[in-house]
Design a protein around this ligand. Structure first.
Ligand code: HGY
Ligand code: MN
Ligand code: MN
Length: 417
């Protein structure tokens, strides 16, 4: 087992200990825990021979110069933030594998025809402010000024969180590099699904990433006495919301899309009170945006029927939208070559149902992704998320080979006899 693959896993454990919750792993954008893992990543980047800086959106950046100082850069990266009660490899593994690739180049004194930059994005999940990909959208130059008013669960605005983190909101545009200073983006990430485990393969090339839309939904009825109000007089917001939740599952399954209600809260919340209001979330994804949007229209229609039958009012507020994106054939071919170099002569290609920072970086430059098998049936966004050390080792070799493949044939050493 290569020592650097074991180091990657040890560093995943070090990062997993940096959590805002006493139990489990939760780390959100622009938090003290985010600042701490940025410091750790910066130290490992410096050890790998990189110059480091915190960019204008709070992403931790590192740069390893090419043969010519100031050359355009190949970007490698993933994210350091997590969902609540997360696993320790979603995002973190990709950042640490990127650093390990640079460390290998540095140890050998290899300088490529391009620079290599590693980006540890600060907010891929959107856990704190609801809208996802904030760090990578800043790097892509697609920051939306409307986001400054987004509030977290404590009522802190994104703008105030920037200032508290030591960032200048007016300078957020500085996180985006000039387009001609970047030659592409590569991300290694756990699959977060069961397909590699079922196929008994360690790695795969990603073909495309599902487009996603997220909503905050409400169902409003009339609160009332759980004993005194007969059924025919009820406007039970929770019964109505439950019908919508099941319609979401039915409609998405029939359409071959993926939809999840991850959060639901009934108010006023008394066991002897008919719920008058339900607030719930919707995460909707599909390989093609038009299909996803058709499913959303069908869900809205189903909600309208429920409201008509039960005398309820349904509202929807969209909190996030990211279009489906397709990997660059050029870069995906290099990833495929990297996998082949590890002995897997017919690499699998998978469509990613999970979202990734590459979705945002697609607006800046070409991208490709390398998937790594995760065990336990591919469980993720869960403390039982797990990877096999041997798979991490082969992923590191494949990732390094991909970067070197993009650099072209190794220059023959001058004066060789
Ligand atoms: O939600 C996702 O698919 C990603 O893990 N943020
Ligand atoms: Mn995730
Ligand atoms: Mn992720």
């Amino acid at each position: 087992m290569s020592p650097d693959a074991l180091t990657v896993l040890e560093r995943c454990d070090v990062l997993a200990a940096v959590s805002s919750s006493g139990t489990g792993l939760t780390r959100v954008y622009l938090s003290p825990e985010h600042a701490r893992v940025n410091e750790l990543a910066a130290g490992w980047m410096q050890q790998a021979g990189m110059t480091t800086w915190l960019d204008a959106a709070g992403n931790q950046r590192g740069r390893y110069e090419g043969a010519e100082p100031g050359a355009p850069a190949l970007l490698l990266g993933s994210h350091l933030d997590t969902v609540p009660d997360a696993g320790r490899y979603d995002g973190m593994l990709g950042v640490l594998l990127a650093i390990a690739v640079v460390e290998r180049l540095n140890v050998e004194g290899v300088r490529l025809p391009f620079a290599v930059e590693v980006i540890a994005f600060g907010d891929e999940e959107g856990t704190r402010f609801g809208t996802a990909l904030l760090g990578s959208r800043a790097v892509a130059g697609t920051w939306d000024a409307d986001w400054w008013g987004l509030l977290d669960a404590e009522g802190v605005s994104l703008r105030d969180a920037f200032v508290a983190f030591g960032l200048d909101p007016e300078a957020v545009g500085d996180a985006a590099p000039p387009r001609d200073s970047v030659i592409g983006y590569l991300e290694t990430h756990i699959e977060q699904g069961p397909y590699l485990e079922e196929a008994d393969r360690a790695l795969a090339v990603v073909s495309s990433i599902a487009g996603a839309r997220r909503f905050e939904l409400t169902m409003e009825g009339v609160a009332g006495h759980a004993g005194g109000v007969p059924f025919h007089r009820r406007h039970d917001a929770l019964a109505g919301a439950a019908e919508v939740v099941l319609a979401v599952e039915r409609i998405a399954r029939e359409a071959g899309c993926i939809a999840t209600v991850g959060r639901l809260e009934a108010f006023p919340g008394g066991v002897n009170v008919i719920p008058g209001l339900v607030e719930f979330s919707l995460d909707l994804r599909a390989e093609h945006d038009d299909r996803r949007d058709e499913v959303w229209a069908a869900i809205e229609a189903a909600a309208a029927t429920t409201c008509a039958e039960r005398g309820l009012v349904f509202t929807a507020h969209e909190t996030h939208s990211a279009p489906a994106v397709v990997a660059s054939p050029r870069l995906a071919e290099a990833v495929r070559g990297g996998i082949v170099s590890t002995g897997d002569v017919e690499p699998l290609t998978l469509f990613s149902k999970a979202g990734h920072d590459a979705m945002a970086i697609d607006a800046l430059t070409d991208w490709a992704m390398l998937f790594v098998r995760c065990g336990n049936g591919g469980i993720s966004h869960h403390p039982d998320e797990i990877v096999d050390a041997a798979d991490v080792a082969v992923a590191l070799d494949a990732f390094e080979a991909t970067v070197r493949e993009l650099a072209g044939p190794a220059p023959s050493s001058v004066g060789a006899t």
